[in-house]
Design a binder for this molecule. Structure first.
Ligand SMILES: [Zn+2]
Length: 303
């Protein structure tokens, strides 16, 4: 089974698990991002995390995970929408040198100035309404531990994450503690050791096993003694939400003068999508139409 996200519930432990295993979807994303292995590993882990966090929220719109790095990686972005459509991109610093054994810290937190942000962009955002954004300093030694720290400080949710990725596969397991009995306190069946037992099981997961086992099989192997309930099984896919209309709307925000300057040097204004490399070209005639309101902006942001 490919590109599957599985949601499990451990009632007595008041814990929910998300498991994701990506192959085609990740390979599709990776085909638009040609970077050294350590960069792709971090990106794959971030993509897996974005899907699990998105699935854990009841939210119509896109969840965007951003790491602003102070090392060779300037920016990592992984985005997941409510349909489990995934896309991601990386921006390296000019002239960045990346050794094969570069660690997460080397890549994004070389001087301790890296930042981690989670952005929630509602599907039907009103004009002028800004998306919700939480941002914290990067504290972890890995994508997983940085996001755990984020969830702990911003959402006050105990979260355990295991993330792994290589050039072809990306996988994640996320455990989240839920409020006891919907916030009413511990019920008669409450299992006070459940959370630490589940975390210990997650800890046993090795990279190879994690990457090479689908979520159905892995859930069975890891949790057979815990007898979790299955809440959902969904498919993830690569999806870029860029469009000519959105690029046009972004060009309008640049202003006519700036576009005229660009057109005085080139016959067309070219914009390439960071996520899927789609190329959008606007001639002088197209730009004129834009400002005459021929193509009304659908949104004022490019994503
Ligand atoms: Zn695109």
């Amino acid at each position: 089974m490919t590109d599957t996200l599985r949601t499990l519930i451990f009632e007595n432990a008041s814990c929910r698990a998300q498991m994701i295993h990506l192959d085609n979807a990740w390979q599709n994303i990776a085909s638009h991002n040609h970077h050294p292995t350590p960069v792709m590993t971090v990106l794959g882990e971030l993509v897996a995390a974005s899907a699990m966090l998105s699935a854990s929220l009841k939210f119509e719109g896109s969840l965007i995970l951003q790491i602003q790095g102070d090392g060779p990686i300037r920016l990592l972005v992984a985005e997941c929408n409510s349909r489990l459509g995934l896309r991601a991109t990386v921006k390296l610093r000019e002239g960045a040198h990346i050794p094969d054994d570069a660690s997460f810290m080397d890549l994004v937190n070389a001087q301790g100035k890296g930042l981690c942000a989670i952005i929630l962009d509602p599907r039907n955002r009103m004009p002028g309404q800004s998306p919700y954004q939480g941002i914290v300093p990067l504290t972890g030694q890995s994508v997983a531990s940085s996001l755990e720290a984020y969830m702990h400080s911003s959402e006050q949710l105990e979260t355990k994450l295991v993330l792994n990725a290589n050039a072809r596969l990306a996988a994640g397991l996320m455990l989240q503690q839920m409020p006891l009995d919907g916030g009413k306190g511990a019920g008669p069946n409450h299992d006070p050791d459940g959370w630490s037992r589940l975390c210990a099981l997650a800890q046993t997961l090795q990279t190879d096993e994690h990457l090479n086992t689908d979520t159905f099989e892995l859930a069975k192997r890891l949790f057979w003694e815990e007898a979790p309930g299955v809440l959902a099984e969904r498919k993830a896919h690569f999806e870029c939400t860029c469009s000519r209309e959105k690029v046009g709307a972004m060009l309008i925000t640049l202003g006519q003068d700036e576009l005229n300057d660009a057109l005085s040097e080139n016959p067309v204004v070219e914009v390439q999508c960071d996520f899927c490399n789609a190329n959008y070209q606007f001639t002088a005639e197209d730009c004129k139409t834009l400002f005459e309101g021929g193509e009304p902006p659908a949104s004022n942001t490019l994503h």
